[in-house]
Design a protein around this ligand. Structure first.
Ligand code: NAG
Ligand code: NAG
Ligand code: NAG
Ligand code: NAG
Ligand code: NAG
Ligand code: NAG
Ligand code: NAG
Length: 213
């Protein structure tokens, strides 16, 4: 009965195939787990515009166009470091980007795994309609500022660096008549476009698929 022999051969072949698929599946899974990266979390911990502090009547403050700003960068990955290129911060008056008022560059740096970094800065604002902003906090509930952050990050896995990836995030900050941000908690800077952290997983999946075919 040749049919039986053929069947057994096929079973054998199928078994090998199965094992191969399972093994490469696990290999891909482990590789994906080992190489998986997540972008650092950026948040605004402090935002203070002294000129908008209604109770501060000193002429020094009334003529001071500074914005105090505390940025927190949080690398939540337990085994991977992050290298930031120069971080460019842009400040706008209003809820959109139509009125830029200040720029600031944080020099690039390396951040180890699980580390947090704080940047306490003072920026000088230009072209802000101060009177309107002051009126807004005195009469209206608040003035809105927009903060944008853009940089490129590379992840360090053991001793290798990944390719550079864009990190472009932003948030609106509401400031009231105390000159401080209304929300007491940190304000997370978010990406406008949906993130695709699945790209690496997808490419690994394609490699496995190609290997199988
Ligand atoms: C606002 O100004 C007052 C008077 O100078 C000062 O006591 C207060 O601490 C300032 N507010 C903030 C949030 O710094
Ligand atoms: C505004 O005030 C801050 C702190 O009080 C100071 O560091 C900054 O130099 C002042 N800016 C100007 C233009 O006076
Ligand atoms: C990073 O910023 C510094 C000044 O803060 C500048 O000298 C340097 O050229 C910048 N590097 C890049 C790659 O843009
Ligand atoms: C930005 O916001 C201001 C109000 O704060 C509005 O007048 C302006 O039209 C907005 N611009 C855009 C491009 O949305
Ligand atoms: C911010 O930087 C950009 C480009 O470097 C420049 O065109 C713009 O005038 C700057 N804005 C302020 C408010 O300094
Ligand atoms: C000023 O206040 C009004 C509401 O009172 C608000 O709609 C507007 O966005 C505020 N403008 C800015 C630039 O914060
Ligand atoms: C302004 O915001 C600060 C910080 O959240 C808060 O402590 C203060 O009570 C607010 N002031 C007013 C007048 O709403």
């Amino acid at each position: 009965m040749s049919g039986n022999g053929e069947g057994r051969c096929c079973d054998l072949c199928f078994g090998k195939c199965c094992r191969f698929i399972i093994t490469s599946g696990f290999a891909a899974l482990f590789l994906w787990l080992a190489l998986r990266t997540s972008k650092p979390t950026c948040s605004i911990q402090e935002f203070y515009v002294p000129i908008l502090n209604k109770t501060d009547h000193s002429t020094i403050t009334r003529n001071n166009h500074s914005i105090f700003f505390d940025l927190k960068l949080d690398n939540e990955m337990k085994e991977k470091g992050v290298h930031y290129d120069n971080i460019s911060l842009t400040f706008f008056y209003g809820p959109n980007t139509s009125l830029p008022i200040a720029n600031y560059t944080v020099p690039g740096f390396y951040q180890g795994h699980g580390k947090k970094a704080r940047q306490k800065l003072v920026v000088e604002a230009h072209g802000l309609p101060w009177e309107a902003a002051f009126n807004n906090v005195s009469n209206g509930p608040m003035s809105i500022f927009r903060v944008g952050l853009s940089t490129k990050v590379r992840f360090r896995i053991v001793v290798w660096y990944t390719k550079r990836r864009n990190l472009v995030v932003g948030a609106n900050v509401e400031v009231n008549e105390s000159g401080k941000k209304v929300i007491k908690k940190g304000i997370k800077l978010k990406s406008g476009s949906p993130e695709c952290g699945c790209r690496l997983g997808l490419s690994l999946f394609s490699i496995v698929l190609v290997a199988l075919l």
